[in-house]
Design a protein around this ligand. Structure first.
Ligand SMILES: Nc1nc2c(ncn2[C@@H]2O[C@H](COP(=O)(O)OP(=O)(O)OP(=O)(O)O)[C@@H](O)[C@H]2O)c(=O)[nH]1
Ligand SMILES: [Mg+2]
Length: 462
């Protein structure tokens, strides 16, 4: 839905005056977006009270006065369910907020006292922070805008490793029988599309991340619509001219038309309404989850993130571009759920994240965009303890597993570079998931969320 012109103009002016910031919280499904947003709102609302934000100078210096949720720019989009998330985290026993099923928006008005007072503002100033949340599954649709049906079909087959191929076997067998030039049979296409959706769901269950199209996994209000009845065609030759000349009712032309419809009517509006005009970005990656899932998934994650990051617009801004075509001029990449490992492993976790994102990081360096890599826990679920075994002291974690069992454990070492085959053969990973911490409405415990906030908005709170 488009905003009224006056509102857009107002937003542009505020943005120009540095009083408004749009932050992209980017992450695949289960990477920790909702937890991050919930904790961000929670910390800023408790700023100046008991929130621990020592790494954010405005907070440390007592200049951060707090934050309020205010009326968001687009009233037709649901509001980010902060209260629901907090309710889940504060019940007994506490549980994690549900996976996100649709889009929601949030505008926070942050009040602070500028470090140096000028005649242009009084005692306090405000920064409007625009955020939004969405199901991670939908994010992988963005790269579809830069491709077409033929290229996509070929890429899906080429990029799949043996485990992934095995999950697609049933669909592949059914799709291989289709002749691209034959007349399309509706019922048959619907059935094969369902096989394809099933293969995607199985891949997600098995821990894969590179899953397109995202709405097949989470159709929202598109359940059963013909626009979701397409799939890549296996074995297509790279002969665009011949394929494009096939009659409109052929299998190939029908599937290609549905792909275009999906691209233009579903992905493009999603991109246009929500993924343009970001000033800053944080990319959240569940590195430990990918280690748990094994080598093929790890590569699949690197691949998914690299293609994904091509959908964003990076670069330094001039005053004009800042008003009319804002670009991401600063970026954080974060390994989430760092509370799953002991603190001395955190630098290794960050190094591994940088190795995983090596390709996109090269492009960002070229575009001269400052990037900070860190590991964080939006909501810290464990406490650090020390155990002594045979006279040797070592760190350990105390937490409650999702089944409610209290444990004291050393979760293991994180490799500080991309693990090679020998490494995978020698050791597997099993980082345990924990129940969220018991909190009673106070600020949520976290690890380095304040460092992330400082990097992303500290300069705007000067
Ligand atoms: N221990 C710990 N677990 C976390 C943390 N953040 C997220 N998790 C775990 O990761 C799961 C997924 O987090 P979400 O915030 O729901 O992830 P999301 O990116 O919003 O996922 P989608 O909504 O499915 O796209 C949670 O249910 C928790 O189990 C954290 O800081 N610490
Ligand atoms: Mg979510």
């Amino acid at each position: 839905m488009r905003q009224p012109l006056a509102r857009e103009l107002h937003d542009l002016l505020e943005r120009g005056r540095d009083r408004q910031l749009r932050l992209a919280v980017t992450g695949l499904s289960r990477s920790g977006k909702t937890a991050f947003l919930t904790s961000l709102v929670n910390q800023l609302r408790h700023a100046g009270l008991e929130a621990r934000l020592d790494l954010l100078p405005a907070a440390r210096e007592g200049r951060l006065l707090g934050a309020r949720r205010v009326s968001q720019p687009d009233l037709s989009v649901p509001r980010f369910p902060y209260d629901g998330a907090m309710a889940a985290l504060t019940t007994d026993p506490p549980h994690w907020p549900e996976p996100t099923r649709g889009i929601s928006e949030l505008r926070l008005s942050i009040r602070y006292r500028p470090a140096q007072r000028g005649w242009w503002h009084g005692d306090s100033a405000q920064l409007a922070l625009d955020l939004f949340d969405y199901p991670g599954e939908w994010l992988l649709d963005l790269p579809l805008l830069a491709t077409d049906y033929l290229a996509w079909s070929r890429a899906v087959m080429d990029s799949a490793g043996p485990e992934r191929q095995a999950l697609m076997a049933e669909w592949q067998a059914a799709a291989a029988k289709l002749d691209p030039a034959a007349e399309a049979n509706e019922a048959e296409l619907a059935e094969i599309a369902e096989h394809y959706a099933k293969a995607l769901r199985a891949a997600r269950e098995a821990g894969f991340a590179d899953l397109q199209p995202g709405r097949f996994l989470l159709p929202g209000d598109l359940e059963g619509a013909p626009v979701l009845q397409f799939f890549p065609l296996p074995g297509l030759a790279d002969d665009r001219e011949r394929l494009d000349a096939l009659p409109p009712d052929s299998v190939y032309a029908t599937l290609a038309a549905r792909f275009r419809h999906y691209q233009q009517r579903i992905v493009k509006p999603f991109y246009r309404d929500h993924f343009r005009r970001f000033d800053r970005q944080i990319v959240l990656v569940d590195v430990l989850g990918a280690l748990n899932a094994g080598p093929e998934r790890f590569e699949d994650l690197a691949q998914a993130l690299a293609t994904l990051m091509q959908s964003f617009d990076y670069g330094k801004r001039s005053l004009l571009s800042r008003l009319f075509a804002p670009r991401i001029d600063r970026l954080a990449i974060a390994a989430t759920k760092a509370d799953h490992v002991t603190p001395e492993q955190h630098p290794r976790l960050t190094a591994l994240l940088e190795a995983l994102l090596a390709e996109p990081l090269k492009d960002l360096r070229y575009a001269d965009v400052p990037v900070k890599a860190l590991s964080l826990a939006s909501i810290r679920a464990t406490e650090v303890r020390e155990v002594t075994q045979a006279g040797v002291r070592s760190p350990a974690l105390r937490g409650t597993t999702l089944d409610g069992e209290r444990v004291l454990m050393f979760p293991g070492e994180v490799p500080n570079r991309l693990p090679d085959e020998a490494f995978w053969a020698r050791q597997g990973f099993a980082f345990t998931a924990f129940r969220p911490p018991q909190t009673s409405g106070a600020a949520l415990p976290h690890i380095r969320l304040d460092a992330a906030l400082d990097w992303l908005l500290g300069d705007k709170l000067q």
